[in-house]
Design a protein. Sequence first.
Length: 227
Amino acid sequence: MGQTRSALLTPDRRVSSGPNSTAGGPIRKRLTYANVAASLALVFAMSGGAMAATHYLINSTRQINPKVLKKLTGSAGPRGLMGATGKEGPTGKEGPAGKESTAAVTLGGVPAAGYTRDDCESKTGQIKGFALVPAVPEYPSTLTAVSSAYNCSGEAVKARRIALGEYEVQFLGNPETIATGSVVDHENITDNAFLSFTEHGSGAFIVSEYNAVLKENEDRPFSVIVP
């Protein structure tokens, strides 16, 4: 039997000489503008954030067009809530003494002494006299000096008991003929007691005390004012 010799088909091993061929020898590449630009863009993208954090392109508002800058300014926002009250500050130093007021020296052009002088000629509202008569059933029936009193004439003020709830009060040397007063007994303030005055000459008055509840006269301490 004769031997059959089979032909071994061996594929050709060809080396491509094209620029993008991967078969055979090492890969050959060309340096192009596109490759360089892409690489630089990648580097800038990776490091650009860090650069922007520390470097600024605009450092002053003068570098911005005024018209553009005006548009960048927004409207004022709403008023915020009032904050909490702060702590009280320390006490300040005492200031200098103020000037004396002219009103303390004169009133209506009249010196202060014009309201307290011991004479009966003043027409500025000076009180011409007052007296606090301690009326009681045992009060003297003869004119007796009243200790708590003032008389513009500088003379004494005297009083006497005429009868139950009836007294005479004299402001010696006083020319006034008008007087007023009230009961001053604080222990019986609920009683409806009042006074009536009758002129008895210049500076002299008859004072009657009447209790509207008891419907009779009574002896109670009273005051007299001569305006």
